[in-house]
Design a protein around this ligand. Structure first.
Ligand code: SDX
Length: 427
């Protein structure tokens, strides 16, 4: 592979170094482009631009490969649990039994959320979307943990990681409790992390809640599948906010807002709403396929397509299998799942989708499992955020430890040239 790239511009030739990644991806280093040529690049949506070098996640969109710190997602989903994978993503290595137990013990030191935070959630109407509440509560955590993290101080950084893992889960479930008008629960330090999610969500004062091990296992797998995904929209947001040296909670709060969008994490909610609309409309999948292909129709087949995967999203394969298993184990016969399978089968042979390499992504099947687990549609993207939290923390930490510069893209100006000011009576 070439070690340099040559650019010819304005009759001059310029040479730029090529950075080669550990999986042989090539990156043309244009750090000196503007100084040398006076020109910048233009790449709306950054489809061809790398923002950083990272050791955390590798994905190959053509081959449908996803690895966290070199471990295949299929192995991690099958053999590890969520806290183990969170440790791997954040600290770089699979934990020993002792390290994992210590991590869980240290998270438990911070699972009590300041009581005054309840005044903030009380200010929201019950109709507020949980993602908006979660973003606000996450940012508000800064008020109770004002110390901006000194990433150079390993102890302080580790404490911030444990605090975030502990408190974010609690406030995420508070958004559901608020929506339902239920009292807010406390983390139970005698239970496991994913078991606590169910306890925090569903335990009512009127009686004990016993979590179903099938549900715990399914959620462990789902959270693992969402743990990180290199420089996606919300992670890039966390990095760019953190690059101004804003705190970890403020950066994650921004990531929650970015994830909310229906083109990103909000797609899992949009998929269920789409499937329900198709079901209500008589289950006519072909009609909605036609809408998705119609340039004049803004409708998109939610849960299909991906900026990087131009093959099957490996997470979608795993989730589809888990959906079948969870629904049959729980004895749930959901016609929505059959509609999803009809849509997938039709799209996989339809030239519009095949030619554009549009395959089911992580969001296509996840909502079907969440629904079977009794989680309301409005909470689906919060589920995504809980899973993605370790990735946001890991990427933020990497960006700060690598002392990356503040993120500040350039632009090509296409507005007016200099104009004379016009007095009011002349306008
Ligand atoms: C996530 O980046 C990540 O890693 C994200 C994520 C993560 O883990 O963080 O994987 C999670 O966000 C998954 C994606 C969830 N979003 C959806 O399911 C929403 C539906 N998908 C699309 O909106 C779209 O596919 C995107 C946003 C996911 C990707 O869009 P791109 O890469 O910008 O592609 P594009 O919009 O330029 O589309 C290329 C073509 C266009 O047609 P033409 O102009 O070439 O004729 O494909 C068409 C699009 O109209 N197209 C679709 C489509 N997705 C793309 N047509 C119908 N239905 C769709 N879903």
């Amino acid at each position: 592979m070439s070690k340099t790239a040559i650019l010819e511009f304005d009759g001059q030739k310029y040479e730029f170094p090529v950075i080669v990644g550990s999986e042989n991806e090539a990156g043309i280093d244009i750090e000196k482009l503007r100084a040398l040529t006076g020109a910048i690049t233009l790449d709306p949506g950054y489809k061809n631009s790398g923002s950083c070098k990272s050791d955390i996640t590798f994905l190959d969109g053509e081959e449908g490969i996803l690895r966290y710190r070199g471990y295949a997602i299929e192995d991690l989903a099958d053999k590890a649990d969520f806290l183990e994978v969170a440790y791997l993503v954040i600290f770089g290595e699979l934990p020993t039994k002792t390290q994992l137990e210590q991590f869980e013990t240290d998270i438990r030191k911070y699972t009590l959320v300041n009581e005054e935070m309840k005044n903030i959630i009380d200010g929201f109407p019950k109709t507020a979307h949980p993602m908006g509440v979660l973003s606000a509560l996450t940012s508000a955590l800064t008020a109770f943990n004002p110390k901006v993290v000194n990433v150079e101080n390993e102890k302080e950084m580790y404490e911030a990681v444990c605090k975030t893992m502990g408190k974010f889960l609690v406030i995420a479930t508070w958004t559901y409790r608020k929506m339902m008008g239920y009292p807010l629960n406390y983390y139970d330090n005698t239970k496991g992390y994913v078991e606590n999610f169910l306890h925090l969500m569903f335990e009512l004062p009127t009686g004990p809640y016993t979590s179903n091990p099938v549900v715990v296992n399914a959620l462990d797998k789902l959270f693992i599948l969402h743990a990180d995904h290199e420089q996606n929209c919300s992670t890039s947001t966390v990095r760019i906010v953190g690059s101004s040296h804003a705190g970890l909670f403020a950066s994650i709060s921004a990531g929650v807002s970015a994830l909310w969008g229906p083109l990103h994490g909000g797609a899992n909610q949009a998929v269920l709403e789409m499937l329900e609309a198709i079901q209500k409309d008589g289950g006519d999948a072909a009609k909605y396929m036609a809408k998705a292909k119609d340039k004049d129709d803004p409708f998109r087949l939610m849960g299909f397509g991906h900026r990087v995967y131009k093959n099957f999203d490996p997470r979608a394969r795993i989730i589809k299998k888990a959906a079948d298993e969870v629904l049959s184990t729980l004895g749930v016969d959901d016609p929505i799942l059959n509609i999803a399978k009809q849509l997938e089968a039709a799209a996989l042979v339809d030239d519009y989708f095949v030619s554009r390499k549009l395959y089911p992504n992580v969001d296509f099947y996840s909502g079907i499992i969440y629904r079977a687990l009794g989680i309301p549609t409005d909470m689906f993207t919060v589920m995504f955020a809980i899973g993605r939290l370790p990735g946001w923390i890991a990427q933020w930490k990497e960006m700060r430890i690598n002392k990356e510069p503040i993120g500040r893209p350039r632009q090509i100006y296409t507005g007016y040239p200099l104009r004379e000011f016009k007095a009011m009576d002349k306008r």
